[in-house]
Design a protein around this ligand. Structure first.
Ligand code: FAD
Length: 507
């Protein structure tokens, strides 16, 4: 039953497979909201970008979130204000507001059927100790000119200790939106390829050659990395500046009262709420339970969300459960712009901190502007080359954890026994460690579990039945196929003549 409501509701289109080498002007790697929005905006200006995706369009985080579009991004503005000042906090708001307006305009102009509706966004303190930070956030929001108000009670059966209502915001079905936009990209002359994972890149003079896992190469003048986690680092140290966090969503039919608005608490555990009406059913979505990838997968996250929905709204049955991950930057502001300060022909967008519908559209705006004329008024706020600010406590904590995870994985003693049916674990076979999943039919799936990104040892994820990396968040299926980056090389299966190929794509 782990399936995304959005992916189940929109089948998408079928695109070409990559079966030849290509020479293009603009290659976009990744067909989520970043890649497809950027491609659409470029096509509208007469360019003909080529988009390649490792999987199907919109099957990444874009097809697995809660579909809120809002500049209300949790406790955000007081954080940016403190670190980078009022001007940058204001720019962040303006960029996200422009993104919201752009999405609405695209939907209106094209009459896209994606269940879009305007919905103010509330953030509420669910306990007394969080009320101070909500109040502080409100003061900053007011100072930088955000259209919002402070209220004590929220229009839900949840006790609030103070809340901010952002008067602008919206909600939609992100998969229906992205499927339409992708179709439009091809109508306007762009090209899309699916099941085309990119493995590495070479640079010679001004030409970039991108190599696919399938053995084809695409030569391009400009490369836009929209692969969620950048599949190529270019010595920019994204691996040290991004924290991979998973979270969970459940959806169950609900016909009780709920205003046309979205909600998130400012407390721990995180809870995010909205209603989705597909014309036939009204579903309550409850999201939350964030944790670093491969750190708390053995807990009952879906159960906790369902319990919350039951306690607050009386919803007992849930038709959908899904999870996905997003990346958090060290300073809580996404990285959007040139890959680094010296590379002008590679652009990147990542680190949306679970607010990639609006920020992914901000990325589309900035990246298309940089591609076309090398300028964007938002670049200084989002540039990945910002030096101040990211050497934070979070940065140090995160990288200490990576070191600990690396060492712990190497010294951990593997089991001598095979797992039970439908279970996975690390087992010692022929004096080496392997990841073994024994399926319900008693077939063993055995892989080398050293992550092909940077060599950390993978952990079994019982909820998703996958092998996940506790260092940078790569995930692999039971037979070693890549589910999520930054890894670009699959795991080797037991019986292979060599061990896994490690490819950090640093240079
Ligand atoms: C539980 C949860 C709920 C969320 N809810 C919201 C919300 O309500 N509102 C909001 O604004 N944000 C939300 N987010 C965040 C949002 O979903 C993401 O920030 C956003 O979808 C990221 O978009 P993207 O285009 O960068 O990535 P993706 O949608 O993941 O697209 C990246 C694409 O790149 C492809 N790819 C990866 N590597 C390669 C490679 N090597 N070669 C070729 N292709 C590759 C992948 O297959 C994928 O299709 C949520 C996140 C989570 C975890």
């Amino acid at each position: 039953m782990n399936k995304s409501l959005w992916i189940s509701s929109s089948e998408g289109n079928k695109y070409r497979v990559l079966d030849e080498d290509k020479r293009v002007e603009c290659l976009i790697v990744g067909g989520g909201i970043v890649g497809i929005t950027t491609a659409y905006l470029l096509c509208k200006e007469g360019y003909k970008p080529v988009v390649v995706d490792a999987d199907y369009i919109g099957y990444g985080a874009t097809g697995r979130n809660t579909g809120k579009i809002t500049p209300q991004n949790g406790i955000k503005y007081s954080d940016i204000y403190k670190r980078y000042g009022a001007e940058n906090a204001k720019k962040y708001y303006e960029a996200n507001n422009e993104a919201l307006k752009l999405i609405e305009k695209i939907i209106d102009e094209n009459k896209i059927d994606c269940d879009y509706e305007r919905a103010p966004a509330y953030i509420y303190a669910e306990n007394k100790s969080d009320s101070k930070k909500v109040l502080k956030e409100f003061d900053i929001c007011k100072e930088i000119g955000i259209n919002c108000e402070f209220i004590m009670d929220i229009p839900l059966p949840i006790e609030s200790y103070g809340a901010i209502k952002f008067n602008v915001g919206a909600q939609f079905n992100p998969k229906k939106y992205i499927d339409y936009l992708a179709r439009k990209v091809e109508e306007l002359g762009g090209e899309i390829y699916e099941k085309a994972p990119m493995k590495s890149i070479d640079k010679y003079k001004d030409i970039i050659t991108v190599h696919s896992l399938g053995g084809y190469e695409i030569k391009t003048d400009k490369l836009i990395i929209a692969s969620h986690y950048p599949f190529y680092d270019g010595l920019s140290f994204y691996f040290a500046r991004l924290r991979p966090e998973r979270s969970y969503v459940v959806a169950g039919e609900y016909n009780g009262e709920f205003p046309q608005a979205t909600f998130i608490n400012a407390s721990t555990p995180k809870r995010s709420l909205r209603i989705y009406n597909d014309g036939e059913r009204r579903l309550l979505l409850v999201a939350g339970e964030s944790h670093k990838v491969a750190h708390k997968e053995d807990e009952d996250h879906y159960g906790a969300l369902e319990e919350y929905g039951k306690e607050k709204f009386g919803v007992e049955k849930y038709q959908y459960r899904w999870s996905t991950q997003d990346y958090i930057t060290s300073d809580n502001v996404p990285y959007i712009g040139y890959l680094n300060s010296v590379t002008k022909n590679i652009l990147v967008a990542t680190g949306f901190g679970k607010w990639g519908m609006s920020n992914g559209t901000v990325a589309g705006i900035i990246l298309s502007q940089l591609y076309i004329n090398g300028k964007s008024k938002y670049l200084s706020t989002f540039t990945p080359s910002r030096s101040e600010g990211y050497l934070t406590g979070e940065f140090l904590k995160e990288n200490t954890d990576v070191g600990i995870q690396y060492i712990m994985g190497k010294v951990k003693i593997a089991s001598k026994d095979m797992p039970d049916r439908d279970k996975g674990k690390i087992v010692s076979i022929d004096k080496s460690k392997f990841g073994v999943y024994r399926d319900a039919e008693d077939i063993f799936h055995i892989v080398d579990t050293t992550c092909t990104h940077m060599g950390c040892e993978l952990k079994w994820n019982p909820l998703e039945k996958s092998w996940d990396c506790p260092c940078h968040g790569s995930r692999f299926g039971i037979d070693g196929e890549i589910l999520e980056g930054p890894a670009t090389v699959p795991l080797k299966q037991y019986g292979s003549e060599t061990y896994n190929e490690i490819n950090p794509n640093l240079i």
